[in-house]
Design a protein around this ligand. Structure first.
Ligand code: ADP
Length: 472
């Protein structure tokens, strides 16, 4: 770290970045976690871990560390850290809604109804206790509907409950046990009261939500990448509105579901995004699913734009967000929450591998090594979704936004390659690479082992991905 914290990095050419990276013989990293991210950082060639009090070039810190240290840290040009200073503007439940409401109003005023309506993807929400009276007015307009109460700064479904009567939140206010719990957390804990989505899309009678990863590498200008993989998290119990107190029905958090008495750790409760996309396509056709996924893209872009002027942009910062999206029976996506520290703890071998790829690709985009040109539209599993404007898939230059042939550069849930295509291409590429570079070692494709976190497994995966990148 150094004392220089001036702006103007974006204009630098990648050549200069590479030269600077070469001048440093290794990248010193600090990591506040002991899960997947630690494995990925340890396996990254040329990266070395440093102790608490040593200088670092890259810091995968938790938000607690950020709050305590960010303002006292002086960072050199090349240094990177995994959160923006006021990351919570998008990730705290009350602030997210506040920013979205304000942004919708601005659009309404400056651009008009149609554009403002594109922000109608979050359920009606009030902050309690501050907006209690507004909430009561809304509640009385539709007295039969169901609401969900959520503490603004907690996660994993903690402190959440559903209600249909005002009396229930009165009881909750008076409830000694909850107050006790609150005293441990903070003096006064704010909640949001949010309209409960009563008609969720069900598969096999079960509710699910989507976890999608979006990487922001800059807020000014906004540069956001969408990861192709992700998953759907299912509840373990068939959906019903008759028992609103049953968390196993209504909350799809893995942390909640895995405590269900009939939870099967072998089967888990997740579907890869590709499986979900395939299922929906078979059921509703490609066009409907394409529309749905464009609507989901719209959720990412508008939610990021809602905080673009609020988040303190800093060239040292990037953020890997975990978006939670719920689908209803009309195939409308609803934004439930955005997480600044999406869980990186794996729930299965498949989940572990997905998260390792996600993190490796995040590091590729952050590009401490200075390998990128800055013009890439795809890096590993990340597609550039927004670069101070929408990004089109093709390079034809003929497309304009709004024209029917504009095709966004996003591929959420799309297959990269089928297994057979992948194996075929692997064999051909291995052949050519060994012909061209006789020293190049071809390693067999990754076999699924049970929870293999070993160096060789990670190295094999890195090798497979290198080939994939060569082929693309
Ligand atoms: P947490 O940060 O504790 O995970 P969330 O806001 O993500 O809180 O809510 C937890 C779960 O509750 C979600 O994954 C979803 O299944 C369910 N949920 C939350 N809000 C709603 C809502 N408005 N309508 C329907 N289900 C919801």
């Amino acid at each position: 770290m150094s004392k220089n914290k001036t702006a103007g990095y974006r204009g630098h050419h990648s050549y200069q970045k590479r030269k600077e990276a070469e001048a440093r013989s290794f990248i010193r990293y600090r990591c506040g976690f002991t899960n997947t991210i630690q494995d990925v950082l340890r396996q990254r060639p040329g990266w070395v871990e440093v102790k608490e009090d040593e200088e670092w070039d890259f810091n995968w810190c938790d938000v607690g560390w950020l709050r305590e240290n960010f303002d006292h840290s002086y960072m050199e040009e090349h240094v990177r850290i995994c959160h923006f200073r006021n990351y919570y503007e998008l990730t705290r439940k009350n602030l997210m809604v506040k920013n979205l409401k304000r942004y919708r109003k601005t659009l309404e005023r400056e651009v008009g109804h149609v554009e403002a309506a594109k922000c109608d993807f979050f359920p009606c929400t009030f902050e309690l206790p501050s907006e209690y009276h507004l909430f009561v007015e809304e509640f009385k307009r539709n007295p039969k509907s169901t609401w969900i109460m959520k503490p603004v700064a907690r996660s994993q479904g903690k402190g959440i409950f559903l209600f249909r009567k005002l009396k229930d939140i009165m009881d909750w206010k008076k409830d000694g046990s909850r107050l006790e719990e609150q005293r441990d957390e903070a003096q006064v804990e704010s909640y949001v009261a949010q309209r409960y989505i009563e008609n969720p899309y069900l598969i096999g009678g079960r509710k699910f939500d989507l976890r999608v990863y979006v990487l922001v590498s800059s807020y000014l200008p906004l540069k956001a990448w969408l990861y192709r993989d992700g998953f759907a998290r299912f509840s373990n119990t068939r959906f019903s509105l008759s028992s609103i107190e049953d968390q196993y029905i209504h909350l799809t958090n893995v942390a909640v579901q895995k405590t269900a008495p009939d939870y099967d750790p072998e089967r888990g409760c997740k579907w890869p995004m590709q499986q979900l996309r395939r299922y929906l396509t078979a059921k509703h056709g490609a066009h409907a699913v394409e529309t749905l996924f464009r609507d989901i893209d719209n959720v990412f872009v508008h939610s990021l734009q809602s905080v673009q002027k609020v988040i303190i942009n800093d060239k040292h910062c990037f953020e890997l967000y975990g978006y939670d999206i719920l689908l209803d029976q009309d195939l409308k996506p609803w934004l439930i929450e955005v997480n600044a520290s999406p869980s990186l703890t794996p729930s299965s071998q498949q989940d572990y591998e997905m998260k390792c790829h996600l993190l490796e690709d995040t590091l590729h985009v952050v590009d401490m090594e200075g390998r990128l040109t800055g013009r890439e539209k795809q890096v590993g599993g990340f597609d550039l979704m927004w670069n101070d404007g929408p990004v089109s898939r093709e390079n034809s230059g003929l497309e304009t936004l709004g024209s029917s042939c504009f095709s966004p550069n996003t591929n959420l849930g799309k297959h990269w390659l089928t297994d057979i295509q992948w194996r075929r291409r692997f064999t051909v590429a291995s052949f050519w690479l060994t012909c061209l570079f006789p020293g190049f070692q071809v390693v067999s494709m990754t076999e699924k082992t049970s929870y293999d976190t070993s160096k060789s497994c990670l190295a094999r995966r890195a090798h497979d991905r290198l080939l994939l990148n060569v082929l693309n």
